[in-house]
Ligand binder design. Structure first.
Ligand SMILES: [Zn+2]
Length: 133
């Protein structure tokens, strides 16, 4: 399952980040930015996150706060930077991204919106004070 792998990678990344704080006792919230092109199911990701973090004391009960990341592409031919063109297939009710420049139909590079990024982690330090980091 795609989401299980992602959740597992995220847990490892969060654990690594928490190690930087020697007295971190609990991770409270993890903010994620999920690119619209990453095709990650938010519900599945939350489920997997819950299953994995349940086994780790420091992460148990932590909350995922998820925000969408818009897609941004850049065209090397005409220099266009912006949205990816999307067309809806009425037959399948499925959004099909078109991987071409909306201006010149040239090849584009996806510069944003195709991954899952941790944007913020809120953890509890031993002395009871909360730290953003
Ligand atoms: Zn172009």
């Amino acid at each position: 399952m795609h989401e299980l792998q992602i959740a597992s990678n995220l847990v490892n990344a969060v654990m690594d980040a928490a190690k930087e704080y020697k007295n971190a006792t609990k991770i409270e919230t993890v903010h994620l930015s999920i690119g619209k092109l990453s095709f990650v199911g938010e519900e599945q990701l939350r489920f997997c996150w819950g299953a994995i973090t349940d086994e780790r004391e420091i992460l148990k009960g932590s909350e995922l706060i998820i925000s969408d990341e818009e897609v941004e592409i850049s065209c090397s031919s005409c220099g266009y930077v912006g949205d990816l063109e999307v067309s809806e297939d009425p037959l399948y009710h499925y959004m099909m991204p078109i991987f071409a420049c909306p201006k010149c139909k040239g090849d584009v590079e996806i510069t944003k919106g195709n991954g899952v990024t941790i944007t913020n982690i809120k953890l509890m330090i031993d002395d009871g004070e909360e730290t953003d980091g």
